[in-house]
Ligand binder design. Structure first.
Ligand SMILES: C[S@@+](CC[C@H](N)C(=O)[O-])C[C@H]1O[C@@H](n2cnc3c(N)ncnc32)[C@H](O)[C@@H]1O
Length: 278
């Protein structure tokens, strides 16, 4: 199979959906692909791998995550060495987590994500990483990770710009020749005791961003809300935005499989009217 390299295990990664999403580009080749809620940047990696774009701009408001990206692109082996030291070392997950919360160190974040439950970061009210370790898994083995890190660095070499900060700021210079792919935290995932993301992105903030992109005629694709079996997540976006909505099959949910149900997860993809291929 023609799979793009990736190094970051990240819940919500669009790895499995990337080719469905990229199919909506048709033969169009945007000048740049912006991914302002980058996370593991699965879509950008797939798009460069498939030669659908030659330049990507990645941004995320989680600063240690973007520092990690910076190290991966400039010194993949040094990241691999640091990870290997943590992975083989005596420090417990809890110890690494406590150290990370006192002084966020990018490779410690990689280790925590690789080893925690569902590879899903959770943050408490004070902004500290509070996800628990997955006792059944040790996290990606250092050799395998090293190969992935090198492959990601080679793939994106000279093709990638990194930014730290709010999504709106990241796309400030996107134009009608570019494509913006948005994968913000979904409704209901940014609040509560264990928040899935360190920063929230409210629906009004999202609508403001979408309107701004429309006014500037910047084409965009948006992953937002979805459906698991009969259960729906979030309200559909206002029709007035003029978006086309398609449903993508994200496969069987692992939770449903555990519970013996054959439910499939459907994710919405919203396509802006400015998409040249629409
Ligand atoms: C659903 S995840 C993106 C996953 C990504 N598509 C992937 O393939 O891994 C959402 C990301 O948005 C980031 N985030 C949350 N609020 C943000 C904001 N206001 N601006 C930029 N990034 C934000 C989070 O740190 C998280 O990495």
């Amino acid at each position: 199979v023609d799979t793009a390299p990736h190094f970051l295990p990240y819940q919500g990664s669009k790895r499995r959906l990337a080719h469905h999403i990229l199919a909506h580009l048709g033969n169009w080749r945007p000048a740049r692909l912006f991914e302002p809620f980058a996370g593991s940047a699965a879509l950008s990696l797939a798009a460069v791998h498939r030669r659908q774009v030659a330049q990507v701009v990645l941004g995320d408001s989680l600063a240690p995550l973007m520092q990690l990206w910076q190290s991966v692109l400039t010194a993949p082996d040094s990241v691999a060495n640091d990870y290997e030291r943590l992975w083989r070392g005596d420090a417990t997950f809890e110890h690494v987590r406590a150290r990370y919360n006192a002084a966020p160190e990018p490779v410690a974040l990689l280790y925590l994500l690789a080893r925690c439950v569902k590879n899903a970061p959770r943050w408490n009210e004070a902004g500290a990483f509070n996800q628990a370790p997955d006792r059944r898994r040790r996290g990606v083995a250092p050799d395998r990770l090293r190969r992935q890190l090198r492959a990601v660095a080679a793939l994106l070499h000279g093709r990638c710009e990194l930014r730290v900060g709010d999504a709106r700021q990241t796309v400030a210079d996107a134009t009608a020749a570019d494509l913006v792919y948005l994968d913000p935290p979904w409704q209901g995932t940014s609040s509560g005791r264990d928040r899935r993301y360190h920063a929230g992105f409210s629906l009004p903030q999202l609508l403001e961003l979408l309107n701004e992109l429309r006014n500037r005629r910047v084409p965009f694709l948006l992953s937002y809300d979805g459906q698991l079996g009969e259960r729906r997540y979030g309200e559909p976006l206002p029709l007035a935005l003029g978006l086309r909505r398609v449903m993508l099959d994200a496969g069987r949910s692992s939770q449903a499989t555990l519970a013996g149900r054959a439910e499939r997860t459907l994710e919405s993809l919203y396509i802006s009217a400015e998409m040249p291929t629409r």
